[in-house]
Design a protein around this ligand. Structure first.
Ligand code: SF4
Length: 104
């Protein structure tokens, strides 16, 4: 009985590990595809640049923006890099895990 329980748990853990590995690999592939798409497709690049500049303007007018290092004092991220990230958006068009204060 103990042996079977061990085997079932082992299969369960491998399944969880495989799922995490699959998500990790697909995220890397998605990142490369969007990076290639960014450089090859001009309208997409233009749209992304407009989004970056809009986010940067919001950060620069935020009270948590620290001008000397150009970083956010809440999360510690450098906003010039963070605003270029690709985040999932909620129903209001606000990034889910971008800005901590949900400003963009
Ligand atoms: S990431 Fe959000 S909280 Fe941080 S500086 Fe930018 S707008 Fe402000």
């Amino acid at each position: 009985m103990g042996y079977y329980m061990y085997t079932i748990m082992e299969i369960y853990c491998m399944n969880k590990f495989c799922k995490k590995l699959f998500i990790f690999i697909t995220n890397i592939i998605k990142g490369y595809i969007s990076w290639i798409w960014y450089y090859l497709y001009k309208p997409y690049r233009k749209k992304r640049k407009e989004l970056f500049s809009k986010r940067i303007k919001i950060c620069e007018s935020c009270q948590f923006f620290w001008k000397p290092a150009r970083n956010c004092t809440l999360c510690g991220c450098f906003v010039d890099i963070k605003t270029k990230g690709e985040f999932k958006l909620d129903e209001n068009g606000i990034s889910r895990d971008g800005c901590i204060m949900k400003k963009w």
